[in-house]
Each structure stands twice: as C-alpha cells, then as structure tokens.
Ligand binder design. Sequence first.
Ligand code: F6P
Length: 522
Amino acid sequence: MPLAAINPTTTKAWKALKAHFEAVKQQQMQHLFEQDPERSERFSLEFEDLYIDYSKNRITNTTMDLLIEFASEMKLNEAIQLQQQGDGINETEGRAVLHTALRDFHNVKPEVSEARKRMKEFSEAIIQGNYTGYTGKKIKTIVNIGIGGSDLGPKMVIEALGHYRNHLDVQFIANIDGDFNAEKLEQLDPETTLFIVVSKSFTTQETLTNAKAIKEWFVEKASEEAVATHFVAVTANLERAKDFGIRVTSIFPMWDWVGGRFSLWGTVGLSISCAIGYANFEQLLQGANAMDKYFKDTEFSENMPVVLGLLSIWYTNFFKAETEAVVPYSQYLSTFVPYLQQAVMESNGKHVDRNHESVTYATSPVVWGSTGTNAQHAFFQLLHQGTRLIPVDFILFSQSLFGNGSHQDLLAANCFAQSEALLQGTYGKGTTETYKDFEGNRPSNTLLLKKLTPYNLGSLIALYEHKIFVQGVLWNIYSFDQWGVELGKQLATNSAAAIKAKDVSTDLHSASASLIRKYLNQ
Ligand code: F6P
C-alpha cells in the first residue's frame, strides 16, 4: 500500500498551528524558563543511553499538542507501519524501504542472514590474517571505492568508532579527483591491499572510473590473476560486477529495497566490519534496531524521532528557518555532518509532493555544522548574533572513552554554555554597547549520550534516519528517491564527450560551451 497523500496545509492542525504561531511568535524563551523552572525536565526524553533536552525551543505545551495532532492527521502512525512491514512506499522507484530489515535480529530475512554470515567470515579472515594477498602476505590496508551512500556511511562510522579499531588501515576513495587518487596510490602496497568496490548500481561514473584506474594500476604492479584476490564488490548488480572482473564468490549482495544513503547497515558496511570487527558491527546494528522498535512502539509525545521531526517542521514551516546546524562535541564525529547532509537533503530536498504537485511550503532545511568546540571559534558568531534563526542540535557524550578528565569536563561545559548563551543571551544584563548585545531566544536541542559505543552510535544514526522519515511523511513528499541527481549526471556525460573530442560545436548549452572552451585553452 502506498503512503497517504495529504496536503499538510489542508489539515485542521496546520491551520491551528498557523494561528498559534501568530500568537506565540514573539514569545521569549527566557520568560518561559522564568515561569517554569522545571521546563528542562518536562521537555526532555530518555531512551536507553540517550537523553534529549528539547526545552530550549520556542514551544509551549499547546505547540507540542498541535504538532502531535498534525502528525496524527497526516497518518504518521500508518506510515510507520507501512514502512516497517515492507510496503512499496518508495513509489517513484517501485520499491520497499527496508533498511530497518538489515538490523533486525528477530524476523531476519534469509538473504540478510546469509549476507551477515559472509561478512563475518570475510572480515574475520582479513583481521586474523587468514585471507592473504597474491604473494601470501596478510592484508594490511582496505580501500573502499564508492561514493555517496557507498562512501559516507562507512567512512563516518569507521571514523566515529576509531577507538574500537584494529590494526587494519582503511582508506576511502570517492571523488573523481585524479590528484587525490594518485597521492593515495603512491602510498599503497598492492601485495597487502584489498579493494572493496561499493556501488549499488555498479554504473556510477566516479566509482567505476576510479575502480578501473585502480585495477589497471594493480595489474601493472601485480598481475591480472591477482585481481580475483584483491578486489571484492558490494552491489545489487551482479552482472556488472562480474563483467568488471570480480569473481562471483567475492560479490556481496545489496538489494533494491535499501536506499544508498541508508545502506551502511548491510554489506556496504563490510569495511566497517573489517575495521572494528564483526561483533562491534553487530552492536551498531543492535543499537539501531533498538531505536527502530522504540520509534514504532512509542507514542508520539514521547518519541524522539517524532519530536525532533516536528520541532524541525515548526521552525521550517512556521518560523521560516532555512537551515539547521548540527554540532557534535566529539572529534570522532567530524564526518557526521557530511553523512547527515546526504541522508537529510537527498531524502527531503524535494519540491513535488505525493500528489505530483508542486508544494507551497518549504521542505528540507539545509543541514550544516561541524564539531564543537572548534566551531565556536568559527561560525558560532553567526549563530549568536547573525540575522537568521538557526536551530542547533548539540550532541555530547557524557563519558569520555579515556576516562573523564579536565578535557571532557571542559568539552561538556562549553557545550552547555553555548546552548545557554543561545537561549538567554544578555537578557536582563543590559549593555549600552549594542554590538555586545545577544538577543538570545535562539533554539537548540541537546542530545546527551552516555558514551560513544558502537551500540549508541547505531541508535543515534537511526534516530536521525527516522526523523527524516517523519518529516518526509509530514511534508507529503517521496523521501526515498533522488531524481534530482540525474540531470547533472546526464549533462556531465555530454560535457565529458565534448572535452574528450575537444569540440564544443555539438549541441552543448552555450553556458557550458564557453567554460569548456576556456578550460581547453587555459
Ligand atoms: O547520485 C546519487 C546516488 O545515487 C546516491 O543516492 C548513492 O548513494 C550514490 O549515488 C552512489 O550510488 P551507487 O552506490 O549506485 O554507486
């Protein structure tokens, strides 16, 4: 069954929210805290090791009640059931959306269980040194060749879980940037390097071009026969991978019911399983699975992905906020934002709704951010005194991996101080120098996780995945396709042909023709 296709602006709750917004838009959070010192306890949620304080938002009980009514009117409950039972909710591609099945341990699909078994065996053989290269040496380096969802997820997780890593060096090649790749190749030893070509479609220009070039480099250093040992593939396109020269037993399957940007939980996570071991990889899945169940079974007012999704809609559609910042206070999470950018914006950056009509309201905000405290010394000026309203998600781990010392406590102190400064500003501390004024009343959520473990990271990622789902349902858009990336791909093929032929006389757009002419002659 498809998702319901209701225009959100026609619901009773949306209209009520509009009226409510007019009544409360000037309200100061500083006053709300003065009136209710318990506000932080009231507007907070806890699930396992994750605590979310969402009290520093421009909301009252009525706001939350109306937002929840809105979610019910938009049939969010039914949508959650449809997604998790595998209905074809990715309508424009005619597919189900079942990345949650990749981390299910109760109702395991046979193909998922088989793939997990193979991942476990393979990664253990690599880690233990039983899988050797063409000269009998142990594998020391893994290179993941893939882009978008076939790169960002595993890269982010491996970096985030750096503390749990073994001796293997894991590298990522995504961009079609010859200089970067040449630098990388110079550092690689063909005898001890394993290449994982990750591409769901196995047609992605960047991945295939990189994989071909790397294979040529490898054959030159080693031999054609050695390719079978040193190249494995993760793909849904078995035939293409075979044509590339990868032996069938080295191909790990993907399925069309998993979107690229939600695929780290399955075989796309092969590099993760190698880097941190299969047991840790399974912990990551368990944490995500716990979040899936909680999301499915928890009433909206207590449900983290629902509450975060609704708050984001409150700012995007009523306060007209254009962006959201995410600031993890952990250097381990330094690639979390780029990962989220694909997950959020490729999913919800859509202007056509599920009735195939143009929407009359904003959809995905621009997601951006970086790690604290670094970001405090970079863009926080704008968060505090700029002209835009930018809701912020602060993410902090309460227990440091090396034991809490002065660093950890300062990290935490800074995180709490920043959200307080955004909230309170210089309110009540009048200054005559206006440029030193902070108006405050700037919203944020604080996500406090006990510790950076594989399990908790799995929950955190799944939390954001479900937030994306909630918002897509409520904006009445298709979150699981990405047609918006196709036009650029086609045009790049035309430009590439013109550059190769050194001929811009073909039917290129004049805008590109003039740049290509300059490019060829500079
Ligand atoms: O072009 C966008 C995209 O299709 C992403 O959605 C995807 O994650 C990425 O390209 C890579 O695709 P593939 O895994 O098929 O190479």
